[in-house]
Design a protein around this ligand. Sequence first.
Ligand SMILES: [Zn+2]
Length: 504
Amino acid sequence: MQEKKSLGKWVIARFQHETNTFSPIPTPLEAFNPLWNQDAYQDQENARTAMGAFIQIAKSENVEIVTPVCAFSNPSGTVNGKAYERICNSIVDAVKQGCDAVLLDLHGAMVSEFAVDGEGDLLKRIRSIAPNTPIAVALDLHANVTPAMVQNCDVMVSFKTYPHIDMYETGLHAGELLRDMLQGKIKPSMAYRQIPLLSHTLRSNTNEGAMKAAVQAAIEMEKKPGILGISILAGFSLADFHDAGMSVIVIADQHHPHFSELENQVADELQAMILSQADGFIYQSIPLSQALNTARELTQLATLGPVLLLDHSDNVMSGGPCDTTDILEAALQYGLSNIAAGPIADPKTVQKLIQVGLNQSVDIELGNKSGWTYRGMRKQALKLTGVVKAISDGKIKVTGPIFNGSILNMGPSVLFETKEAQIVISSERVEPYDIAVMTSLGIELQSKTYVLLKSRMYCRPVFFPFSKGFVECDSDQGGPTSSNYDWFDIQHIRRPIYPLDVKI
Ligand SMILES: [Zn+2]
């Protein structure tokens, strides 16, 4: 029996950040919780991430595995230059030692102080020291793909779901293409189209509308002989740099007699389809008063459960500080009551309330401490009077479908109760992707009339089953993750681009 030919040594790494260049939250090295070498391997060996998939493929091929780093940060502001260098250098140094393939689990929307095109610069450096080594990259669906990224790798595949649930599958897709390439079964070639469309995150839900149609078309076209993979990338619009926005990547096999024609034809077709439905990728915020009015009407529905108020002006998973209070303030002014809200991150207020203790009436100034400003205007803290009803260490074992089994750390947290609202105040920034962010502090969701969540998408799989309806709420005074581009002083994104300019 012929022995399986070894595929040598692979460098496998994870370096993920979605940079919101408008975010006031800094991104130092510690934000990534970087794990190096063997620690990175142990953390990712059985993880449902693209890196986890890369490791599984490598193990099944018996290759030598080198894992210089696993570094992941929640979205936040521009990445500190030294942090970027430190993590990049660890990957580049590993490649310098010699390897037969490089597999990277990247987000694809990183902006750093030293490298505006974070992923493009990293890939360029790797390619310059290992020009003939195959490189595979897995990306988030919200990657801002740049020409440098495409030119400096062989295989690039993104998620096909949002809310994201196919990280592992994406890694398998990219990793298996790379394996097949090393075995000489395929010879990938990529067509790339940068689309002049700055889509909104709220319109990149792959379960509805234009994004669903585009992803479904891509899945169908992937079945064509000679096509190896298709990615529809929504991009991330709150990164103010040249290449933000939508793109399409088509991978074809050069063994196919008309591969070049084929990949270009598919890419053109998908680009034309997306542009013909451009408005389907654009979200129009409605006035907050109108949203609150709709929410009140929805409470009349006979079905059980609260109405969800989804605040998309300040979301952790888009780089928000998790501490603006515009929607809560407006809801209280509008006369809504029996509200559950949060988490709102305000460590100083948590410390004060822990010192005060349970059931003592106290005045607080909640939130708006991270310093997000719009043209010099700074938001004011919300003055409230209430009592502390619960205190916790904020550590939660996630039972929902997103990040199932992991520990979500809210830091020391309290449940603060006023006449109209029960508010979870946390020490850490937390996107509510598990109901335990509220229930662990004693909130009974079913008994609430309204539940206010600082989340546009991640909350949906877990909170929708408990609710009778939802309303998307944008602040009338802007916010660091607002869906209204008017709030942002965009200077560097290439022009023309829709909807900043007229339709192209
Ligand atoms: Zn994403």
